[in-house]
Design a protein. Structure first.
Length: 216
């Protein structure tokens, strides 16, 4: 097989293929000034590559963060191919085990907000309802309904939608949580969602949620 064909199959540059041939990573022969790649060697490399997934791909499949993937490697749940490699990869067949572990170990992401809401009392002494929380969030974001609040609370991972991330950030502020500290879990800083410190302070003040919290 010509080196350019091998480069396309491996999704890399021809120069990289030539380097692998010279170093013996790929088998091939040199005829004159041209290198040819052994198809069996190329197929073995493709088969081996298919066994492994990057941290980013693993996180996408498992519905978690790359930090969780790294933690699973440390805990022995995932097998890492080469800890010193510039692009870390893990054994693809281990990913279902990670999914099962995450399902058992952690509640859905939105469950945290739901638990805090249910344990939060308003100045009137009543517990915070989804309807009341929607009314408070609407004062900053505009129309917001109980259905939207419920959708965020049922979300297994931080919402991919920017609009829902805005709602989630406002919910956190209205419930007396520090939205800045939670920025890593939300994946976006409040400022990146066009939410100002004044907006978040207003939500806390309007809800009065930080003043008193009942038992979960």
């Amino acid at each position: 097989m010509a080196t350019i064909e091998a480069a396309v199959a491996l999704d890399m540059t021809r120069a990289h293929v030539l380097k692998m041939l010279r170093t013996g990573v790929l088998d091939g022969v040199k005829q004159g000034r041209r290198w040819w790649v052994a198809e069996t060697s190329l197929q073995q490399m493709l088969d081996e590559r298919a066994r492994w997934a990057t941290f980013e791909e693993t996180a996408r499949i498992a519905g978690c963060t790359t930090a969780k993937v790294a933690e699973a490697v440390r805990d022995g749940i995932l097998t890492q191919r080469d800890p010193g490699a510039p692009v870390p990869t893990v054994l693809r067949t281990d990913i279902p085990g990670l999914v099962e572990h995450l399902a058992k170990a952690t509640p859905p992401w939105g469950a945290t907000l739901r638990a805090v809401r249910r344990s939060t009392r308003l100045p009137s002494g009543e517990y915070m309802s989804q309807t009341r929380l929607a009314e408070i969030v609407a004062q900053v974001l505009g129309p917001c309904t109980r259905v939207t609040i419920a959708r965020v609370e049922r979300s297994p991972t931080p919402p991919a939608s920017r609009d829902l991330l805005r709602v989630a950030t406002c919910m956190a502020a209205a419930l007396g949580l520090d939205a800045d500290e939670g920025a890593q879990d939300l994946g976006r800083h409040p400022a990146a969602l066009d939410l100002t410190s004044d907006d978040l302070r207003r939500l806390r003040k309007d809800s009065g949620a930080s003043a008193r919290r009942g038992d979960p």
